[in-house]
Design a protein around this ligand. Structure first.
Ligand code: SF4
Length: 344
């Protein structure tokens, strides 16, 4: 029996559940990732984040790092921390190609932010944990903020670094859970932020795009409620169904997923490499039936409209409002609308 009552939840765990409950179960309940080891993407993200933390700690100590030193720090982490157990989830990516991605991310950040003097450092890689509601025994939300800076008393900034190439629109960020949870955590931890302003700065390092935004009090409360409801759903879940989508291509548990195993069986069956898979014929028959129904419905609509037009013009020719059949009559209104009713 799987213990589904997790004590804490993070934005990442909740997002994983929303996308695929089975992947959530493998990651957060069965803890399979702990056994699989780090992926290349995780290694890259960890090294870039560590170098960015190193930059800001140096600046906080009054030392402005040069680009060559930043690159050197990253390479030491990336190559020095390399082990053969790091997993390559995507066969079209290599250790070298990801190293170049890391270098580009840091170079973009360096060029956009040097001399790193916007605000003073409050925290880097700051861990938080808070109850999502005021109720006794409320589930806890946890997370890690990449960097917090203070621009002035009561004016804090939250920075988040992304290494993936996807960049969302600002309005999506303003409604999203991750920054909202960060603001909630910071408002609880820093008294001057409780009633002050918490600005959000999301760094899309790979493309060199920085998005600055704020969250409204109403928006925060809406996301808090949604998060509370989602946590209740997660905690009540017992079956953790697989939810295959195009994101499966990025799933680190693909090799353990019954959906993928089944797909491979069907592929082999379609290629004639194994016996026919009975589901193929069933789905093909259902597809044909659905297609026939669509064709029938189209013909039905066209024929009905043609007959109604003819009835309306026949009624007009006869100078009547009803055209009589054997058992029913067709009542014509507004010169064109036709309705069947039992004959008087
Ligand atoms: S491969 Fe797809 S369906 Fe299977 S666990 Fe991963 S995300 Fe879920």
């Amino acid at each position: 029996m799987v213990d589904v009552l997790m004590a804490t939840h993070s934005h990442s765990s909740l997002e994983r559940f929303e996308k695929c409950p089975l992947a959530y179960r493998m990651r957060y309940i069965d803890r399979i990732r702990d056994r699989l080891g780090e992926s290349l993407e995780q290694h890259l993200g960890k090294c870039v984040h560590s170098t960015l933390e190193w930059i800001h700690l140096r600046v906080h100590d009054g030392i402005l790092p040069l680009w060559a030193e930043i690159l050197d720090d990253f390479l030491k982490r990336y190559d020095g921390g390399w082990t053969d157990s790091i997993r390559l989830v995507h066969t079209d990516r290599t250790r070298e190609s990801y190293r170049l991605v890391g270098e580009r991310c840091l170079r973009n950040y360096f060029e956009a932010n040097t001399p790193f003097d916007e605000g003073s450092l409050v925290g880097a890689e700051w861990d938080f944990r808070f109850p999502i509601s005021r109720a006794d025994g409320s589930p806890l939300v946890t997370g890690k903020v990449d960097r917090i800076t203070r621009l002035a008393p009561g004016r804090l900034q939250v920075h988040d670094y992304k290494t993936s190439s996807f960049v969302p629109a600002r309005h999506e960020l303003e409604r999203s859970r991750q920054p909202a949870l960060y603001v909630m955590a910071i408002r609880r931890a820093y008294p001057d932020a409780a009633s002050g302003r918490v600005e959000l700065v999301w760094h899309y390092l790979n493309s060199g795009i920085m998005i600055r935004f704020d969250m409204t009090t109403g928006g925060l409360e809406r996301i808090r409620r949604q998060t509370e409801e989602l946590i209740e759903t997660v905690q009540a879940c017992t079956d953790f169904p697989a939810r295959p989508t195009r994101l499966c291509a990025w799933c680190e548990y693909g090799h353990l997923c019954p959906e993928n195993e089944y797909r491979e069986k069907v592929r082999a069956s379609l290629d004639g490499e194994r016996e026919p898979e009975p589901g193929i014929d069933l789905v093909d028959r259902l597809e044909r039936l659905t297609s026939l129904r669509r064709e029938f419905e189209k013909s039905f609509r066209e024929e009905k409209a043609r007959i109604e037009r003819t009835i309306a013009s026949h009624a007009s020719e006869q100078g009547v409002n009803s055209v009589l059949g054997t058992r029913m009559e067709a009542v014509v209104t507004d010169g064109a609308k036709v309705r069947l009713r039992r004959k008087r």
